[in-house]
Unconditional design. Structure first.
Length: 174
């Protein structure tokens, strides 16, 4: 893997997931595993006082580029795609499920080869996670087993000029 300017740029842009959560502040030392390609200090951010906890994004050493993030039942989910070339914004897609208390990776899910740029994540109905890709929307059934993230139930093609890059959800009263 090329560990040049691409990875230095990643460390400045997406080196850690910042999560504002309740509990005692521990923003000084990020949880999880730091990437091995750099030892430089994290850059200061304007809203540092709001950061309660930082967690390193897994997969950076393997070329995964973090994209979307959501929290479901106390677990942090991060979507990513793999690219070793800074000029290429697509590649195999993976979702990581992280323990917010320790930063440990609980499980992963590799999305089908049709996924090339897993962007937004959104919590769906109970047990469901939606992943927005550029041309597809993936419906993921989350597994109740702690060691397994889940499986793709279906892939929905986006058509008519609709592009997937962001996903959000909110409760709807019936």
């Amino acid at each position: 893997m090329v560990r040049g300017t691409r990875n230095i740029r990643l460390s400045a842009v997406a080196v850690s997931v910042f999560v504002a959560v309740t509990g005692s502040p521990s923003a000084a030392d990020p949880l999880g595993t730091a990437p091995t390609y750099t030892r430089r200090d994290l850059s200061p951010v304007p809203n540092a006082q709001a950061i309660m906890r930082r967690i390193w994004v897994p997969g950076l050493d393997e070329g995964y580029v973090p994209q979307g993030v959501t929290i479901i039942h106390g677990a942090l989910y991060v979507s990513s795609f793999r690219s070793e070339d800074p000029q290429q914004g697509r590649g195999p897609c993976r979702i990581y499920k992280l323990d917010m208390a320790t930063g440990a990776t609980r499980s992963t899910l590799d999305l089908p080869p049709s996924c090339r740029h897993a962007g937004g994540l959104a919590k769906g109905p109970p047990g469901t996670l939606f992943v927005a890709d550029t041309d597809m929307l993936y419906d993921v059934a989350l597994a109740p087993n702690e060691g397994i993230l889940g499986e793709v139930r279906r892939a929905i093609s986006l058509e008519g000029g609709v592009r997937g890059s962001f996903a959000a959800a909110r409760a709807v009263s019936t």
